[in-house]
Design a protein around this ligand. Sequence first.
Ligand code: BJW
Ligand code: ZN
Length: 247
Amino acid sequence: MLVNNQVIISAELRKRFADARRVVVLTGAGVSAESGVPTFRGGGQSAVWKGMPFDKISSAGMLERNLAEVWEWFNYRRELIEKIAPNAAHHALAGWEKRFPDFTLVTQNVDGLHQAAGSSDVLELHGNLWRARCKTCGMKYDLRDKESSESRTFICSACGNYLRPDVVLFGEMLPAGVFERAVLKARSCELCFVVGTSALVYPAAALPEIAGAAGAYTVEINPELTPLSDLCDEAIQGKAGEVLPLF
Ligand code: BJW
Ligand code: ZN
């Protein structure tokens, strides 16, 4: 609810928040926007890298056509995110993990900022750009680790084949078991928040609908309306870093 341009949390939502035990939160790029991480579609324009829209450069096809270019795009983003800190939204959600007996944070973000804010159990649907994995044997590498990040070749030390960013590109399957775990939690939660996502990318965008269909009270937090706004019980139009700390 907006009163004089100020977000007011409804009495109904306050009560549900106070009583809830099982809570699911789905986040998207908008949660990191106030930290300075560019969104994909949020500004009304697609993110572009060297003239290529992000859905082309972040695609399974591009990985096959030009792995070096994909690495350049992810190296650029890691350099950007390295200088960035979590914001009030990340910190509020890290606090919720301690507050609720059964709390599940599901993110589409690959930036690692939820963990940097102190969230310890994050279901990452689209992977993490701080990890690489071998295209052949699947071995994972931590790119924060000096040795891996200094390796300019991005070659697997176990089998000698190429590494790729450990993220989920368009047209690729999500990591085994992660979405399934999120669906189980969505089906049994009482309260489901969907924060800072355009809700266009599937299967992630289905989670709030799954929660709502199973009886959860659903709440969207986003300055813009999305395809989910009308389906949620409440759509709070505001920035994540301003709204989440109000709870
Ligand atoms: C703020 C704010 C502030 C701004 N506070 N808010 C069913 C129907 C149709 C298509 C499909 C379907 N099922 C699957 C598909 C295909 C495809 C898909 O969904 N396509 C649609 C786009 C049409 N999905 C897939 O390919 C997925 N794989 C899959 O389903 O496998 C099975 C399969 C395979 C093949 C065929 C069919 C099925 C994989 C999806 C992987 C997505 N990957 C990316 C890139 C990750 C790597 C990288 O980082 O480069 O993930 S795409 C990109 O979008 C990224 C994001 O995680 C994802 C979602 O974006 P998000 O987070 O919503 O960001 P934005 O920018 O879109 O929105 C930001 C929002 O924030 C806006 O609303 C702002 O208003 C708001 N905001 N400031 C709060 N301060
Ligand atoms: Zn390997």
